[in-house]
Design a protein around this ligand. Structure first.
Ligand code: PBG
Length: 330
C-alpha cells in the first residue's frame, strides 16, 4: 500500500479527535445480530446452578431456561445453542442417551419451540461427548474413535433433533465425512430446510476446560481429543477442512476457539464466500471474566475481544457474554 501524504500535512490523529468522528470512520461494529447465546440445561425444576469455573454462567432446568430464552428473545438475540448436562447414570459407552426422544435436549426443544415458535433460532450440538462414559465425541473402540460407526450415531442424533424442530444442526465432533452423510440423511427424511453449521475447524484446544465441567465430561474424559480435533500448529489444514465441508453441504462454518485463531478466521474469509461463525469458548470467557473480577482488565475488554472476532471476518459469535453485551447494546 502506498501512503499518500506525510506529516505534518497528514495527521492520522485528526480522524480520532472525538467520539463522533471515531463512530463515523469505524470499520467494524458489533450488533445484537452478531450474537449467539450458548446455554446449559439440566434436570429438575426451578434450578439455576452455578458452574464453578464459569462466573455468571449457569445450568438451568427447563422452566428456568425458558425465562432466559425469553430474555434473549426480547433482546433480539437471533440464535441460542443448547448443551445438556447429563446425569452420570444416563451415560454409557455409546452415548445412547443422545437417541432418547425424552432426553434433556429433546424436551428443551419441545418446550422452547412451542413457546417461542420462530422468534428465536435454536442450534443443537451433534456429538456424543455429553452422553458417553469416556467423554469422547464418538464411539470408542480398541483405543480409538471409530469414524464411520460414529457417523451412524451422529445421523441418528441429527434426525432426532430435526424431528424435535431444531432449526440448526451443529456437528462439533470432527469426524471425516459426517457433513455429507448428515445432509443426505436429513434430505431423505424431508428436512431440507434444516441448516448445518459445521464445526469445520475445531482445534484440540486447552481452552475447553470450563465447558467440560459444565456438561460434566471433564473428569470422565479418557486421554485427549487429538486424533480428531485439529492440531493447533496447523493453518492450511483448516482450509482443507472448510473446502470439504462446503462441498458436503455445510451452510455455515464454525471456527473454534476464537481469539487464539483470528488468523484462521481471516484466512477462511479471504478464501471462501461462506458465512463464518466463531466460538469464544469457555476458557476464553473465564479468563476475561476473572480478569475483570480481579480488576486486572476492565469490562470493555469484552467488547474488544468480540470486535476482534468480527474484524477477522466472523459473521456472528457464539459467546457466553451474549446476554450482557446485548443488554449493553440496547
Ligand atoms: C464438544 C464440544 C466442546 C465445546 C463445544 N462442543 C468441547 C470439546 O470438544 O471437548 C467447547 C465449548 C467451550 O469450551 O465453550 N462436542
Amino acid at each position: 500500500m502506498r501512503i499518500l501524504g506525510s506529516y505534518p500535512s497528514l495527521r492520522m490523529r485528526r480522524n480520532r479527535k472525538s467520539d463522533w468522528i471515531r463512530r463515523l470512520v469505524s470499520e467494524h461494529n458489533l450488533s445484537t445480530n452478531d450474537l449467539i447465546l450458548p446455554l446449559f440445561v439440566r434436570e429438575g425444576t426451578k434450578k439455576k446452578e452455578p458452574i464453578k469455573s464459569m462466573l455468571n454462567v449457569f445450568r438451568y432446568s427447563i422452566d428456568e431456561l425458558s425465562k432466559v430464552v425469553e430474555k434473549a428473545c426480547k433482546l433480539k438475540i437471533p440464535l441460542i445453542a443448547l448443551f445438556p448436562y447429563t446425569e452420570s447414570l444416563k451415560k454409557d459407552q455409546f452415548g445412547s442417551e443422545a437417541f432418547n426422544p425424552d432426553n434433556l435436549i429433546c424436551r428443551s426443544l419441545r418446550t422452547l419451540k412451542k413457546r417461542f415458535k420462530n422468534d428465536i433460532g435454536i442450534m443443537c450440538d451433534v456429538a456424543l461427548d455429553p452422553y458417553t462414559t469416556h467423554g469422547h465425541d464418538g464411539i470408542f473402540r480398541n483405543n480409538e474413535i471409530e469414524n464411520d460407526e460414529t457417523i451412524e450415531s451422529l445421523i441418528k442424533q441429527s434426525l432426532l433433533q430435526a424431528e424435535m424442530k431444531c432449526d440448526v444442526i451443529a456437528p462439533s465432533d470432527m469426524m471425516d465425512g459426517r457433513i455429507g452423510q448428515i445432509r443426505s440423511a436429513l434430505d431423505k427424511k424431508g428436512y431440507k430446510n434444516i441448516q448445518i453449521v459445521s464445526y469445520a475447524v475445531k482445534y484440540a484446544s486447552n481452552f475447553y476446560g470450563p465447558f467440560r465441567e459444565a456438561v460434566g465430561s471433564k473428569k470422565k474424559l479418557k486421554g485427549d481429543k487429538k486424533t480428531y480435533q485439529m492440531d493447533f500448529k496447523n493453518s492450511l489444514e483448516a482450509l482443507r477442512e472448510v473446502a470439504l465441508d462446503i462441498k458436503e453441504g455445510a451452510d455455515i462454518v464454525m471456527v473454534k476457539p476464537g481469539m487464539p485463531y483470528l488468523d484462521i478466521i481471516k484466512n477462511i474469509k479471504d478464501n471462501f464466500k461462506i458465512p463464518i461463525f466463531s466460538y469464544q469458548v469457555s476458557g476464553e470467557y473465564s479468563l476475561i471474566q476473572n480478569g475483570i473480577k480481579n480488576n486486572i482488565i476492565n469490562k470493555d475488554a469484552i467488547m474488544e475481544s468480540l470486535i476482534s472476532l468480527k474484524r477477522a471476518g466472523s459473521n456472528a459469535i457464539v459467546t457466553y457474554f451474549a446476554l450482557e453485551i446485548a443488554d449493553q447494546l440496547k
